[in-house]
Design a protein around this ligand. Structure first.
Ligand SMILES: [Zn+2]
Length: 336
């Protein structure tokens, strides 16, 4: 029998159509999607088209006083190692990795950022007092001794398992603040920094009472306290009567002091804290005969994620996404 070319062509076309329809329903053809979180829909990771996963960051290395370029994910290992104890729970380290990545991406001009304001040409600097902490492998080796490999492995894990993930609000990377330990509540951002941001509000941060930095205390001789105040503001306090010269004017919603009057001078508590090197603005004054003691609760400005609080949440079984969505309200976990 002579084959009919037209018939073969039609048959082939039908076969092609069937295969293409079937292949759309074959499982495993979808790109690798991370497991959606159980809690809420907003936890779901949206993978955005991303051509810059291997982004490189320009970091001013303040230890060596030079500008270096490092792959972003590698840079983050140094940040997490510098910013959070390696002994913390993996989920807390992962939350730290996402927070650190968000801060970096927020500053990178490639993503609309303005870079580090202190060092021309740098996206970030390695100073914890300015951008965020970063330490080298040698530094880690020195810090950790024989735990070096185990700790490094754990931190690399935290970075890799959150690769490319940042927090966004209305599609843009958020401005990230985090701190060591809270006083039980986080601080409203506008109480510390000038701007107000919708994703920062006072939230409870429980379980930190046993954190090593929860309680702090600075004791000075009355005369030392007065001298320090004089050298900064040019106002002489009577060292024999400090109690009557220090008044607390107002507290923030998180129980920290907002404003204080010392020797007739009204000050923001954040400024007062810096002058006396206090751990936080949750301050209780104890007036002795010759000394003044300033007891503090928490460590840091109190805005955003508390690292000790994150570790406590992780110990209770919360995931890094739960932790981030607790401290940064209304954000999404996206990819940069
Ligand atoms: Zn900087």
């Amino acid at each position: 029998m002579k084959p009919n070319p037209k018939g073969i062509l039609i048959a082939a076309l039908i076969l092609l159509l069937i295969t293409s329809v079937i292949s759309r329903f074959i499982p495993g053809e979808e790109p690798d999607m991370p497991e959606p979180a159980e809690k809420e829909e907003r936890d779901e990771i949206i993978i955005l088209p991303n051509t810059q996963k291997e982004a490189v960051i320009a970091m001013y290395n303040h230890w060596e006083k030079k500008l270096v370029k490092i792959p972003l994910e590698e840079y983050l290992v140094g940040v997490v190692a510098g910013e959070m104890p390696a002994s913390f729970e993996l989920e807390a380290l992962k939350a730290q990795a996402v927070a650190a990545r968000t801060l970096a991406v927020y500053q990178m001009p490639a993503y609309g950022g303005k870079g580090c304001s202190r060092h021309a040409g740098a996206d970030v600097c390695s100073s914890y007092a300015h951008c965020q902490d970063w330490i080298s492998l040698d530094h880690m080796r020195k810090n950790w001794g024989q735990n070096f490999e185990g700790n490094l492995n754990k931190i690399q894990h935290a970075v890799q398992e959150t690769k490319g993930q940042i927090m966004t609000y209305e599609g843009k990377p958020i401005e990230v603040f985090y701190h060591s330990t809270s006083n039980g509540k986080t601080e409203e951002v506008s109480e510390v920094f000038s701007n107000s941001l919708p994703y920062y509000t006072t939230v409870d941060s429980t379980g930190e009472e046993n954190a090593p930095m929860y309680e702090g205390s600075v004791t000075l001789k009355n005369s030392e306290f007065a001298d320090k105040f004089h050298s900064r503001y040019g106002i002489r306090l009577d060292p024999n009567n400090l109690a009557s010269q220090i008044q607390i004017n107002s507290y923030t919603g998180s129980g920290r002091i907002r404003e204080i009057t010392v020797g007739g001078k009204r000050l923001r508590a954040t400024e007062f804290r810096l002058l006396y090197g206090l751990n936080s603005t949750d301050i209780t004054f104890i007036f002795g005969k010759d000394t003044i003691t300033m007891k503090t609760k928490g460590f840091g400005h109190g805005v955003g994620m508390s690292q000790s609080g994150a570790n406590y949440m992780a110990k209770q079984g919360y995931s890094y996404k739960d932790i981030l969505l607790h401290y940064y309200r209304g954000v999404e976990i996206d990819h940069y």
